[in-house]
Design a protein around this ligand. Structure first.
Ligand code: BMA
Length: 326
């Protein structure tokens, strides 16, 4: 298993008249808020190729409004069977049991194939949000490692291979609330437990769509031009935060160096299910499936903190957009 798709990734050709690099799936939202008997909303979720199909970790806010992670499987990446019960993480060692004691919340997962197993990172409550890490080989049993950082931190996104010999993770130091600020940092680890050598990657830019905060989205995608980082950027409007999707290229060997960061967003919350929901105006990407031979990328994202949607692009066109923004 390499992490590349054994089954065709979900795809639709660009509809006539669509001008942007990305276009939305006509099947959106592919997962609705009441997909499970006790789900209030399902959004900000991560999928990967698995076996002959796909597997994923889903953010499910239940009807008590507890935020939790559920595993799911799909033959085609579109129709999902999501476990009705949350993942029960096993402690990878005795010390991890100490942090599992008082469950607060688990949300916004990312999943990557890294060396010989799938790793899940998520926003894990431990005296406030920080980054949880676990691994699985079967999406049935999950082994939890220690939290990566001190609270408060969100949007922990692992690189899919070691860089300069070290495991690497993007992350976003934050606060205990809805965080009106946020830069992306890069951190290294020899063992996925102890993290350090923190480097600044990128900050919000004045005035535009990513002027309040930025956070890494899907697992970075390795290309000849650099690491392709799809991220969310937030602006503050009269009616609150607006979350859009953009992209940057990071240096392959020193990913804390930004090679290119175009001015424009790729998609902003403009479809009804992105504008209207529990939190209006949120387009929050958490995963991407890539088929390099077919020149296709499919992004999975949360819409308005309520549903899951997909958006498609040609990888070559996305890279051309990034090169033009260098
Ligand atoms: C962020 C996170 C995301 C959410 C977004 C918009 O702080 O909580 O899960 O999608 O806010 O509410």
């Amino acid at each position: 298993m390499t992490g590349e798709a054994p089954a065709p990734i979900p795809w639709e050709d660009r509809p006539a008249g669509a001008a942007g690099v990305f276009w939305r799936s006509s099947r959106n939202p592919i997962i609705r808020h009441d997909h499970l008997p006790r789900s209030n909303s399902i959004f900000n979720s991560a999928v990967v190729p698995f076996g002959t199909g796909f597997a994923g970790v889903f953010r499910v806010d239940d009807t008590a409004r507890t935020m939790n992670l559920h595993a799911g499987r799909s033959a085609d990446g579109v129709a999902w069977e999501i476990d009705p019960e949350p993942i029960a993480f096993l402690a990878a060692d005795g010390r991890v049991a100490e942090i599992q004691g008082a469950f607060e919340h688990a949300y916004d997962p990312r999943v990557t194939w890294l060396e010989d197993r799938f790793y899940v990172t998520w926003c894990n409550g431990y005296h406030g949000p920080t980054i949880g890490i676990a691994w699985t080989t079967d999406f049935a049993t999950f082994h939890q490692l220690d939290n990566a950082f001190l609270p408060f931190n969100r949007n922990g996104v692992l690189f899919p291979r070691r860089i300069g010999g070290a495991y690497a993770m993007l992350n976003r130091p934050s606060d205990n609330g809805h965080t009106p600020f946020g830069d992306i940092f890069y951190s290294e680890s020899p063992d996925l437990v102890h993290w350090g050598r923190h480097r600044h990657v990128m900050a919000p830019r004045p005035w535009g769509w990513d002027s309040t905060k930025v956070g890494a989205g899907p697992i970075p995608i390795e290309t000849d031009d650099g690491w392709l980082l799809i991220y969310h950027g937030v602006l503050t409007s009269c009616n609150g935060f607006v979350y859009s999707m953009g992209a940057a290229l990071l240096d392959l060997d020193e990913p804390w160096r930004v090679v290119s960061r175009p001015r424009d967003y790729l998609l902003a919350p403009q479809a009804p299910y992105e504008r209207v929901g529990d939190v209006p105006n949120v387009f929050f990407p958490c995963a991407a499936l890539v088929d390099r031979d077919a020149d296709r990328i499919t992004v999975y994202y949360g819409g308005a903190d309520t549903v899951v949607g997909m958006a498609h692009a040609h990888l070559s066109e996305l890279l051309a957009f990034l090169r033009a923004g260098a």
